[in-house]
Design a protein around this ligand. Structure first.
Ligand code: ACO
Length: 332
């Protein structure tokens, strides 16, 4: 069952925050053996943002959260919970969320990180919706925030050209007129594919030592081709079934917000599902794959510039390390 029962839940306001530094494909040509042509053709990415010293995961998250709280007209003291979907916390503990609590002055709020691969913020939105619907919380800040740059081997051309840094946030609360209403949510995991994307070293399984450093186990490893195959195989049927469980057909969805990993994956899934590309939100050309932040940044941009209009349905969907995937339906 994908339906969210209880109090109607809304997205009351959104925000985003990006690092200053813009890195182009041409910039990367100077660092690794790659080309603008290869990157654009294989991924659709032209530029990405990379965090510099002083731009921490928590600081990007807090700026995006404050913007969302302003947009929602919900003061910091009225926030009950902060959830941060992230795969690149500044430290394993404390998590990002407690630092954001302090930075935003959300004096009454709890805080927790949701580490679920790229769908981390999507899973957090689903958990927030359940908590608001049932009355555990009134106002929840959900953030997707990543500083992936230090976790990606900047000499590995197969990964360093793909990722970017940034944060996006929303305030969720009891639905009110004019807000996007979150009506359905679903989450999946397939741990049998856990080897496709991982960061194996430096934690309890493989504590940091000379070997883990030498073998660069403290960097993200990705079998890009197999990730591509997995997502292309699973996502179309999954999304068709999700729509069915929401009581709609895929044709009745006005906007699709996909995890911004790779234009070719999105195009393939859309082709299989017969979704016209002019109904798909794309910003990976500018920001690359910002992991858990990507759907939140895309949501903010598409609401902010009036792309999603009154009376329209939007499916937000993501996939990533785990493997994990999921979807949310929201109606305006
Ligand atoms: N520049 C130039 N050549 C490159 C580069 C590069 N940056 N990277 C790899 N190559 C080369 C490879 O070495 C290979 O050369 P070879 O044929 O001589 O061996 C050739 O390009 C083809 O490599 P493939 O890996 O087969 O290229 P592919 O077309 O599969 O594209 C890519 C690679 C872009 C990673 C693709 O597989 C992909 O996008 N996969 C999905 C990844 C993904 O979606 N991840 C996100 C989910 S997880 C998360 O967000 C954390």
């Amino acid at each position: 069952m994908a339906i969210i029962q209880g109090r109607p839940v809304g997205i009351l306001g959104t925000g985003m925050s990006l690092p200053e530094r813009v890195v182009t494909n041409r910039d990367l040509e100077k660092i690794v053996n790659t080309s603008d042509e290869w990157i654009v053709q294989r991924s659709g990415i032209h530029t990405r943002r990379m965090a510099s010293a002083g731009e921490s995961n928590a600081s990007l998250a807090a700026v995006s959260a404050l913007a969302a709280m302003r947009a929602a007209a919900v003061p910091a003291d009225d926030i009950d919970m902060i959830m941060v979907g992230t795969n690149s916390p500044d430290t394993l503990f404390p998590g990002v969320a407690p630092i954001v609590q302090s930075m935003t002055g959300a004096s009454r709020a709890g805080g927790m990180d949701v580490q679920a691969g790229c769908p981390g913020a999507l899973f957090a939105m689903a958990a927030a919706a359940g908590g608001i619907a049932s009355g555990i919380w009134d106002n929840v800040v959900v953030i997707g925030s990543e500083v992936m740059t230090p976790l990606v081997d900047q000499t590995d051309r197969s990964t360093c050209v793909l990722f970017g840094d940034g944060a996006g946030a929303c305030v969720m609360g009891p639905w009110r007129e004019g807000a996007l209403r979150v009506t359905h949510a679903d989450m999946k995991a397939d741990g049998s594919k856990s080897d496709l994307i991982s960061l194996p070293g430096g934690l309890s399984a493989l504590p940091a030592n000379e070997r883990t450093l030498r073998e660069k186990m403290h960097f993200l490893k990705m079998n890009g081709r197999e990730v591509f195959k997995f997502v292309s195989r699973e996502l179309p049927d999954y999304l068709a079934n999700f729509c069915q469980s929401c009581g709609i057909t895929c044709d009745e969805v006005d906007w699709w917000i996909f995890h911004q990993a790779n234009i070719r994956i999105i195009e393939y899934v859309c082709e299989r599902m017969k979704i016209p590309m002019d109904r798909v939100i794309i910003n990976l050309d500018r920001y690359g794959n910002t992991s858990a932040a990507s759907i939140m940044i895309a949501l903010h941009e598409s609401l902010g510039c009036g792309t999603i209009r009154r009376g329209q349905r939007t499916v937000i969907t993501s996939f990533g390390a785990g493997m994990t995937y999921g979807a949310i339906l929201a109606e305006s």
